[in-house]
Design a protein around this ligand. Structure first.
Ligand SMILES: [Zn+2]
Length: 345
């Protein structure tokens, strides 16, 4: 089990990066992985702070996160042999740093600039161009430095997506329990409780999650970090990713361009909660309160795309048993679920 040793959250916390690196004894040299935008927002400052503290820094700007980019990052690590890797950005840049650091066996620090999903603290990475559309195991960050002054500058839609990803843990944990009960799969109560608590916290504090409200951002940030820790404890994405995530992956495959990951998972959670006869209306109401999409048209997809995605979601990951694997819904049944919840008209 690998857990982050330092988690620093709050306004202006970016300046503490050197103190954290020193405390973890990770001085000497650091390679920063960022996107062009996240470099402007935070990466350059990270580089300046480390340089001032006598740490040699190099920055590698990457675009899309695919396998080719990962190899580029790894090549730089092999050539330059940094003591530390720092991922600065939204989920994708952090995932690139996470996977490269894991494969090259060097420590990495996560510096999120957006809160669009739970990858900021998790041991899993989502990389395009691999044969699997879902996340793969890498390693958890040794430290997370989340400066809410920086995160507040990100598009509001990324916060909405992060909330959807947190709320999705309601159904993810239900699927995990189901797999334990019916397929004797390993189930960890502590990891499940952590994930569930994240969803509950976001739902209970939904009214705080508004632009310009630092408290709301902190709630979401802490919830997403807890999700990452839950996955580290479980040793897999199980506590945080169930059939609602399979629905989101399926929607990515049937519809391109698509909505954000957490937005799709939020709608997936509504559909799956309905199948569990759980309180899907509460999930729906919370999503609405936050301003998240709750219908196909708000997701920017066609009604039939939702139905199709729900129908074939289970086939994406046959080994991950969920309610969709249990029920094996027909096209007509999928359509009924989507209609009953108001996701399609
Ligand atoms: Zn997710």
């Amino acid at each position: 089990m690998q857990l982050p040793r330092e988690v620093i959250v709050g306004k202006g916390t970016l300046t503490r990066i050197t103190e954290v690196a020193k405390r973890l004894n990770l001085t000497g040299s650091a390679l920063i992985i960022a996107g062009s935008k996240s470099h402007e927002v935070a990466g350059r400052q990270v580089s300046n702070l480390l340089t001032q503290a006598g740490i040699n820094t190099d920055t590698l700007l990457i675009k899309a996160v695919n396998y080719k980019e990962i190899l580029t990052v790894e090549k730089r690590i092999k050539e330059w042999k940094p003591r530390l890797l720092i991922g600065v950005g939204g989920g994708t840049k952090i995932d690139a740093a996470k996977l490269s650091a894991s494969r090259q066996n060097i420590p990495f620090i996560s510096v999120p600039t957006t809160l669009s999903h739970d990858g900021i603290a998790s041991p899993l990475a989502s990389i395009k161009g691999l044969d699997k559309p879902y996340s793969i195991m890498a390693k958890a960050p040794l430290a997370i430095i989340a400066d809410t002054d920086i995160i507040a500058q990100a598009p509001w839609r990324s916060v909405i997506s992060g909330c959807g990803d947190a709320i999705a843990k309601f159904t993810a944990v239900k699927d995990w329990r189901l797999a334990h009960k019916e397929k004797k799969e390993y189930y960890g109560e502590y990891a499940a409780s952590l994930a569930l608590m994240s969803a509950t916290l976001v739902m209970q504090n939904a009214k705080l999650i508004q632009p310009e409200n630092d408290e709301g951002l902190r709630v979401l940030l802490e919830a997403l970090i807890s999700c990452g820790v839950a996955m580290s404890i479980a040793g897999s994405s199980r506590p945080c990713s169930g059939s609602e995530h399979l629905f989101s992956h399926a929607l990515d495959m049937v519809n391109c361009p698509h909505a954000m990951h957490g937005e799709q998972c939020g709608v997936g959670a509504v559909l799956v909660a309905y199948l569990y006869r759980a309180n899907w209306r509460r999930i729906m109401d919370t999503l609405k309160q936050i301003g998240a999409p709750t219908t196909a048209s708000e997701l920017g997809v066609k009604d039939e795309d939702v139905v199709e995605a729900l129908e074939f979601a289970a086939t994406i990951r046959p080994e991950r048993y969920t309610i969709l694997h249990k029920l094996v819904l027909s096209r007509v049944e999928c359509e009924k679920v989507a209609k009953m919840t108001g996701v399609i008209g």
